[in-house]
Design a protein around this ligand. Structure first.
Ligand SMILES: Nc1ncnc2c1ncn2[C@@H]1O[C@H](COP(=O)(O)OP(=O)(O)OP(=O)(O)O)[C@@H](O)[C@H]1O
Ligand SMILES: [Mg+2]
Length: 413
């Protein structure tokens, strides 16, 4: 029985897509949405929406576009790292405008005609750019020039830039000053508050059908602490925590499952080399440091990530041992059947991440025996290659224990 059937859910409640159907209107998201409608109504010209990764900019953009429906002409540019002329062509393409000839003058003329026609029909025209922090300076300048298109009364074109906070800093630079001055509406998306985080999780669950899945009352506080209220991290944590409860066959998700989720995400970040997950690891590690100061309940997690000591008595590890997945067992079995001898010369690897797990088998699913920190030199006793090409090294740790480390977290001497 798969996880959705098991809990009687219609769909995955914590998918990582910016799906407007799952939009939760937090105070901040609602303000932002109202500001965008205001921009449209007042024909204000330029608007900037910024927020940390995962705070919901793309989701907001999709919701706004959906709410505008046929009451506005909207071009959506999702790959903004285009030079000015290609950017203009992408805009024209999105509006279905065909220029009589291919030169820039012709393109601009066709665009202006389109704007005037829509203005006469009383329809606002909007260009929305997602990931606008990737716009080259020259394309930003082109946008500024476009925003000059106006009649005596109104701006003919509204431009909304969605980007990460560094975009705001960039716009503060001397060469982009003129554009910066034209931005009349600025919206900053903030992470969710603790109460909103709880609402958000429940809301998404209800949207997905909820079924027989129950959340322990104490669950949402750690989710908020570990996610810092950032929806994408809330989704990742909730989804992992539910998976952990499912593996145990439990229909109640508890704080222990959240701790498992935190650990799993941190492991993935360290061992897959995934950039955005690494960012999450940093956030989680920072949070753990903060939390460790005030919340004794999470002390052991702090220990888990920040110190390199063995974790022999941690309950989570025992639990993890009991639920060792099929993948880990398969990998361990493969090694037993086809042992790879160590090379005759003593080979070593050096740990290149803040903290790496030494595992009982050559798989990310194998239980963690201990941890080694950045710079530790480990003697290699064997190797294993997964079907995916991922390498694992059997190592002897400084305290003379054997275990496996992922090739992603070490360099080979
Ligand atoms: N208000 C919200 N309601 C429901 N889900 C949300 C909301 N805000 C964010 N999410 C969820 O969080 C995840 C990340 O959201 P989104 O992609 O919109 O963030 P972003 O700010 O565009 O991130 P990035 O800067 O990385 O592009 C998505 O799974 C989305 O469904
Ligand atoms: Mg986005």
């Amino acid at each position: 029985m798969d996880i959705l059937e098991f809990y009687g859910l219609r769909e995955d409640p914590f998918r990582l897509t910016p799906d407007p159907l799952f939009f939760y209107s937090s105070a901040g998201h609602n303000d932002a949405l109202q500001s965008l409608h205001y921009l449209l109504k007042q024909r204000e010209g330029f608007c900037l929406v910024t927020g940390e990764p995962g705070t919901g900019k793309t989701t907001l953009l999709n919701v706004f576009k959906g709410e505008c429906g046929d009451n506005a002409e909207i071009a959506l540019i999702l790959t903004p790292s285009l030079p000015p002329e290609d950017f203009l062509l992408a805009v024209l393409d999105d509006f279905n405008i065909t220029a009589a000839a291919s030169g820039k003058n012709e393109i601009l003329r066709a665009f202006r005609d389109f704007l005037l026609k829509k203005s006469e029909a009383g329809l606002p025209v909007v260009i929305m750019v997602d990931e606008a922090q990737n716009l080259p300076d020259e394309t930003l300048e082109e946008l500024r020039l476009l925003s000059n298109l106006e009649t005596h009364k109104d701006k003919l074109l509204q431009i909304i830039l969605f980007g990460q906070p560094e975009l705001e800093q960039r716009l503060g630079r001397e060469n982009l000053k003129q554009l910066n001055q034209r931005i009349s509406v600025r919206v900053k998306l903030k992470p969710l508050s603790s109460a909103e985080t709880m609402d958000y999780v429940n809301y998404r669950l209800i949207k997905a059908g909820k079924g027989c899945l129950r959340l322990d009352d104490k669950l949402l506080k750690p989710i908020h602490h570990f996610s810092s209220g950032i929806p994408r991290i809330i989704n990742l944590l909730s989804s992992r925590a539910i998976m952990s409860a499912y593996i145990e066959g439990s229909n109640v998700v508890t704080p222990r499952h959240v701790r498992y989720a935190v650990r799993h995400l941190a492991d993935n970040a360290a061992e897959t080399g995934n950039g955005s997950l690494r960012r999450i690891l940093h956030i989680l590690t920072a949070l753990i440091i903060v939390i460790a100061g005030g919340m004794t309940g999470y002390r052991y997690i702090e220990q888990r990530f920040i110190t390199a000591t063995a974790e022999k008595n941690l309950p989570l590890q025992r639990q993890h041992g009991e639920i060792t997945s099929q993948a880990a067992m398969t990998a361990e079995k493969a090694v037993q059947e086809n042992p790879v001898p160590a090379s005759e010369n003593v080979q070593t690897v050096t740990v290149t991440v803040q903290a790496a797990h030494v595992r009982s088998g050559p798989s990310i699913e194998s239980g963690s025996l201990s941890m080694v920190t950045n710079g530790a030199i480990l003697q290699v006793a064997g190797e294993f290659k997964e079907n995916t090409g991922e390498k694992w090294y059997k190592v002897i740790t400084p305290d003379n224990n054997e275990g496996w480390v992922s090739g992603r977290v070490v360099t080979v001497e």
